[in-house]
Design a protein around this ligand. Structure first.
Ligand code: 3PG
Ligand code: MG
Length: 384
């Protein structure tokens, strides 16, 4: 996909450039109320673009959303922690206040766009994680300003769109996470290009139910069972499902081992009152066999409730196999990226995406509102 790049902008010396970044980072609140960034990947990932612009002599102002403050100022979503970290990694870059403090941001209000771009000479979008949102700061500035994709955005698009174009084979996609309904679109799209699709996490139970298994008290989207059954009928030999599980018995509480409740390995049938919360060791082994054959791997979504140490083994086994594989490896999505970072394996992954929803939507649709906007910017018309 041809996007206008930083080099396609007019000379920037002495010019003012607005950079839309996605600094929507996870925060943890201390008992005294101060907020701490738990993963600054999204801030660090924007530095090459910010630095390049400064080297051209531009005055750089960044903007971002943080959380979902619903169109009004809210101290819980102020950018103070982000501003402090940004000052360390990119000194001299200014940062506007949280874009979502104004209802015009999510509404793509033209008056808000005018205020946002006022005084700027060029716009750079480096907010891959937010490019699936047709919000003012993403789609508005390219209507009037010379615009470009930043380094991070360009790389994300090259890698993720490249998976759809010509992946080295076998191409294995590993999908997890809670809800199958969130992932059906991407499953359909991946079935067009991937050789195998491994399914774990909460979403596997709807597939297991479609195979006729009992799911007990596990996550189940009953209204998606027919869709999963149809997918299995058509593509069953390419969809790899768990055949054993780690489950929590009646009375147990997720995230609270002290509450008791028995933890047991089960086959693919879960009795009443039991909850499957991780893939079992046999399944982890079978998944690893498929992963080891792969030459391209996309992983999105944990295999179990890995925040609870009792149900972390499946996600850890898959993360280690992906990190150790000789395939070209891509990890997308907040939770799987967090798992890889927590396990200290991020450096062994070829591409850890900064986008969760955005990476899935790009894989599914092959395009995003933010990318379309850049391609129709005034300086992009003569690009092929
Ligand atoms: C994200 O973290 O998913 C992106 O920053 C987009 O945020 P949103 O889902 O609140 O639009
Ligand atoms: Mg999101």
């Amino acid at each position: 996909m041809r996007l206008p790049l930083l080099e396609d902008l007019p000379p920037l010396d002495g010019r003012r450039v607005l950079v839309r970044a996605d600094f929507n980072v996870p925060l943890e609140q201390a008992p005294d109320g101060t907020r701490r960034i738990t993963d600054d990947l999204r801030i660090r990932a924007a530095v090459p673009t910010l630095r390049w612009l400064q080297e051209q002599g531009a005055h750089v102002t960044a903007c971002t959303h943080l959380g979902r403050p619903k169109g009004k100022p809210d101290v819980r979503f102020s950018l103070d922690p982000v501003r402090a970290r940004l000052a360390e990694v990119a000194p001299g870059v200014e940062l506007l206040e949280n874009l979502r403090f104004d209802p015009g941001e999510e509404a793509d209000d033209p008056a808000f766009v005018s205020r946002l771009v006022d005084g700027f000479d060029a716009y750079v979008d480096d907010a891959f994680g937010a490019c699936h949102r047709a919000h003012a700061s993403i789609v508005g500035p390219p209507r009037t300003l010379p615009s470009a994709a930043g380094r991070l955005l360009a790389e994300e698009v090259e890698v993720l769109a490249g998976l759809r174009d010509d992946p080295r084979r076998p191409f294995v996609a590993i999908l997890g996470g809670a809800k199958v309904s969130d992932k059906l679109g991407v499953i359909q799209a991946l079935l067009q290009v991937a050789d195998r699709i491994i399914v774990g996490g909460g979403m596997c139970f709807t597939f297991l139910a479609a195979q006729g298994h009992r799911t007990g008290a596990s996550l189940l989207e009953a209204d998606q069972v027919d869709t999963c059954r149809a997918l299995l009928e058509e593509h069953g030999e390419r969809i790899v499902l768990p055949h054993d599980l780690t489950a929590l018995g009646p009375g147990g509480k997720i995230g609270d081992p002290a509450a008791g409740g028995e933890v047991r390995q089960l086959h693919a049938d879960v009795p009443d009152g039991w909850m499957g919360l991780d893939i079992g060791p046999g399944t982890a082994g079978a998944f690893i066999d498929v992963i080891e054959e792969a030459r391209t791997i996309l992983w999105n979504g944990p295999m179990g409730v890995f925040e609870d140490p009792r149900f972390a083994a499946g996600t850890r086994a898959v993360a280690e196999a992906v990190a150790g594989s000789r395939a070209f490896t891509v990890v997308g999505g907040g939770d799987s990226a967090a798992a890889v970072a927590q396990l200290g394996l991020a450096a062994d992954i070829d591409h850890v995406s900064t986008g969760g929803g955005a990476s899935l939507e790009l894989l599914e649709q092959g395009d995003l509102p933010g990318l379309e906007a850049l391609r129709s910017a005034p300086n992009a018309h003569d690009l092929v």
